[in-house]
Design a protein around this ligand. Structure first.
Ligand code: PXG
Ligand code: PLP
Length: 440
């Protein structure tokens, strides 16, 4: 039976226009390296490395082998009051790569779970230190921290919040986003204007009193809402304000960790060390779902008080530290080391930036942004039909150019493989130009 004969209607697809999709489905049945394959054997170039996930390419043989071996050795193991060797090894491996002082790792199964875990750790930390009044959480407009209630509440993606407005968790505020096309359009790398926007946190400290704020969470480079690199000096300033007021700084590095910015973590690239880092995606190269929350010693130590036979943090998922996911993570870390993936990624930055910015004078393009191997081309919305132009480009790339291109409304987002072939990258942008030329 071909896929088209299945009743697609039973499958409620995530973050998808279901009815539009089901009228003409785009279905992937295989992948290898930098290409997907479809049921009828078409090969499609993937300009988004999965969903920011698969930096070293799809079905990397080393990761595939590790997963196959692990699933036949230890398929599952309870990790409450028991654990497995792979989770222990991965925790050590990942914290070894983290900035100094961040030496503890709590496992989850996605970015959304990592974020909610991090928020709970932040609240628990202050409570453990006798500052239970520090309950306020601060996010940022245009932030994306996943779809669970905590992450949605600190997030700033409007359509994501709209339907749940009355049910978001209380005690949350947002600092202003840093996106400023008027001053920073077509900047290569970090925008020059906007460091002062970090002072918006001072405003909230003045309003609530800093002593009531538990944590601030930001993406070092905002991804899902259209690739928004931080203005020069902005993250350092946030760190300073957090320090002044005893507020924990959480970097949501679900996208930016593991080479996307040519370094293990954005924290390293920017020279700013947060107290907690959330990760997922590149932790296993997207092969098995997994997230990890990395925590500073002082935060962990605050929990390790009281009777030693008592659980210190009442939190965990059935699949926290799943052995097969951990094996995928370990193999992924091996690949990063052996292949010099992060260096490969930095080596591609300039070429990627030049290709992106060659769209500056293209019809409808209002901004081009990039940092590391994250990039965006923003198109003007059509009158009365925001998002249509981007969506048409996505579909045209698929059907006419055998290529997967991600759009978030009218912003085209690019997450090239960390080990991209420069020629393939160039060809993919040539194809995008053909599509943009053909679109109204
Ligand atoms: N935080 C950040 C910074 C993310 O980018 C999440 C949390 C949530 O992770 P999970 O694994 O629960 O999806 C993400 C996820 C896009 C796009 O188009 C990006 C994500 C998810 C969906 C779409 O850029 N990132
Ligand atoms: N709902 C029920 C009824 C459960 O028993 C559990 C876990 O035991 C959960 C939800 C949470 O599932 P998970 O640990 O996979 O997040």
């Amino acid at each position: 039976m071909s896929l088209a004969e299945n009743n697609l209607d039973t499958y409620w697809m995530p973050f998808t226009a279901n009815r539009d999709f089901k009228a003409k489905p785009r279905v992937i049945t295989g992948a290898s390296g930098h290409y997907y394959t479809t049921e009828n054997g078409n090969k499609l170039y993937d300009t988004f490395s999965g969903l920011w996930t698969s930096g070293v390419g799809h079905c990397h043989p080393k990761i595939v082998e590790a997963v196959q071996k692990q699933v036949a050795t230890l398929d599952y193991c309870m990790t409450f009051q028991l654990t497995n060797n792979k989770a222990i090894e991965l925790a050590e491996r990942v914290t070894d790569m983290a900035p100094n002082g961040i030496n503890h790792c709590f496992f989850a199964n996605s970015g959304s779970e990592s974020v909610d875990t991090a928020l709970k750790i932040a609240l628990g930390y202050h409570r453990a230190k006798g500052e239970g009044n520090r309950t306020r959480l601060i996010g940022r407009e245009r932030g994306y921290h996943g779809v669970n209630f905590g992450g949605m509440s600190v997030g700033g993606m409007v359509p994501n919040r709209k339907a749940f407005s009355a049910n978001l968790i209380p005690g949350v505020d947002h600092i202003r986003h840093t996106h400023d096309i008027e001053r920073n359009a077509f900047t290569r790398g970090l925008p020059l204007h906007g460091a002062e926007l970090a002072n918006d946190l001072e405003r909230l400290c003045a309003l609530h009193d800093g002593s009531n704020i538990a944590a601030v969470i930001v993406e070092p480079v905002a991804g899902s809402t259209g690739v928004l690199p931080p203005p020069v000096g902005y993250l350092k300033r946030l760190r300073e304000i957090c320090d002044q007021h005893g507020i924990l700084l959480i970097f949501d590095e679900v996208i930016t960790a593991f080479g996307r910015l040519g370094a293990p973590f954005a924290a390293e690239r920017f020279g700013v060390t947060p107290d907690i880092i959330t990760t997922a995606k590149g932790l296993t190269n997207g092969v098995i779902p997994m997230g990890a929350v990395l925590v500073r010693d002082s935060v962990y130590d605050a929990f390790m008080q009281g009777p030693e036979n008592m659980i210190e943090l009442f939190h965990g998922y059935t699949y926290s530290g799943h052995p097969v996911a951990a094996a995928a993570g370990l193999a992924t870390m091996d690949v990063y080391d052996e292949e010099g993936t992060f260096e490969q990624a930095s080596g591609l930055e300039q070429h990627f930036e030049d290709l992106l910015h060659s769209f500056k004078d293209q019809k409808h393009v209002v901004d081009v942004r990039n940092f590391g191997l994250m990039g965006a081309i923003e198109m003007a919305p059509r009158d009365g039909a925001a998002g249509m132009r981007g969506f048409e480009i996505h579909k045209k790339c698929f059907w006419e150019e055998n290529m997967v291109v991600r759009n978030g409304m009218d912003v085209l987002q690019f997450s090239p493989f960390l080990n991209s072939d420069p020629d393939e990258m160039e060809q993919s942008f040539a194809a995008i130009r053909r599509v943009l030329d053909s679109i109204e």
